[in-house]
Ligand binder design. Structure first.
Ligand code: 4AZ
Length: 364
């Protein structure tokens, strides 16, 4: 007999070690490209031990056979679980894969970070042809499910990104002289008017080290007064680990309702554009930002100018997909010398630097 406290500890330990083992198993398997994620739903005491239930999510196409895939998953899972070393021994033969009731599966699926579920063949073709032109294109509701608009007295001021049911991350400079939560609302959906969902704001947390007019530490957290129920078109982005690095020159996407040209008009429909990450040594060159880029910042865009974030995009996301098409928040639109000028790329708050700070304030 194990004391209750001990049981809890073992269950918690099993939770984290088992999740990691399942993740590694599929990462290193032939299904690596099809595997999306594993989430342990429940670890509970059972008649002869502990019962663990996990939701495994895979991409599959119309040409895949469901049954063949299920058998393959089961085989890989059993092989992987044999290598499990944790506080408990696993009876590998007792592991089974079964279907889940569709409603429950959908709710769990919407809770997975960084997935874009609206990707039909048609919309992919649309975005890739426009990407060649290199300009902006309009998004549709559900394309960027984590994007929010932050509004002061019902006027769009800044972008923000959903990181949980109740928390958004944005830029500190958005709240300069306007840090009273009562006047702020957050809206979701691709259109400012009408939005698909609206929430009032309960709390605004500005980074302690942010001091206007200096751009350093340009990050803020916004807590919604009531949680949003995740759907396929409104849900959270993935946050990178503090140690995660993003290679330079990879493509990333910026989204927002900001100005279409410097000091120009603003759109009612969410816009998206593709930019490239620029290394800080390059960005600190004399003709670029001449040493102004701190370790809390990250540059993205093109030294030749053109595609860029602009006024009103501030606080919004710079995201990149991983190999499994889960999207990670790399940056937060922060500042720049006007918009789209040669040698003046957009500057973003470096999210990895603040990952632990986010946890310290929100437990996420
Ligand atoms: C702004 O004023 C702003 N080109 C945001 C982004 C950039 C410039 C200005 C980047 O909110």
């Amino acid at each position: 007999v194990i004391a209750a406290q001990e049981t809890k500890k073992i269950v918690r330990k099993t939770h984290s070690t088992l999740n990691g083992r399942i993740d590694k198993t599929f990462h290193n398997s032939i299904l690596r490209k099809k595997y999306i994620s594993s989430r342990l739903i429940r670890v509970s005491p059972d008649a002869d031990g502990v019962m663990a239930e996990a939701l495994l999510t895979f991409w599959f196409s119309a040409t895949d056979s469901r049954e063949a895939l299920r058998e393959r998953i089961e085989r890989i899972l059993r092989r992987g679980l044999k290598k499990y070393t944790g506080p408990l021994r696993i009876n590998v033969r007792s592991s089974t894969i079964s279907n889940m009731d569709a409603k429950r599966a959908e709710a769990l699926f919407n809770d997975i970070c960084g997935l874009r579920q609206n990707r039909t063949v048609k919309s992919m073709a649309k975005s890739s042809s426009l990407r060649i032109v290199g300009g902006l294109s309009s998004a549709e509701t559900g394309d960027w499910p984590w994007q929010a608009s932050l509004q002061y007295n019902n006027i769009h001021r800044c972008g923000a990104t959903l990181i949980s049911n109740t928390w958004l991350v944005s830029a500190a400079h958005c709240f300069r002289d306007m840090s009273h939560p009562e006047k702020w609302t957050a809206t979701f959906g691709a259109h400012l008017k009408p939005p698909s969902l609206k929430r009032s704001v309960k709390t605004i947390i500005i980074h302690e080290k942010y001091h206007y007019p200096i751009h350093d530490y340009d990050i803020a957290l916004v807590q919604l007064s009531k949680q949003v129920e995740f759907t396929s078109s409104i849900h959270r982005v993935c946050l990178p680990e503090p140690s995660q690095t993003f290679p330079y020159n990879i493509f990333a996407v910026i989204t927002g309702w900001g100005a279409l040209t410097n000091d120009g008009p603003t759109p009612n429909t969410l816009q998206e554009a593709t930019v490239k990450l620029i290394d800080s040594d390059t960005c600190n060159r004399e003709e670029v930002y001449d040493g102004d880029i701190t370790p809390r910042m990250l540059c993205a865009g093109y030294l030749e100018g053109g595609v860029d974030a602009c006024q009103g995009d501030s606080g919004g996301p710079l995201v990149t997909p991983d190999s499994r098409l889960m999207w990670y928040l790399v940056g937060i639109v922060s500042w720049g010398d006007e918009c789209g000028k040669p040698n003046k790329p957009g500057v973003y708050t470096r999210v990895t630097y603040f990952r632990d700070w986010i946890t310290s304030k929100t437990d996420i």
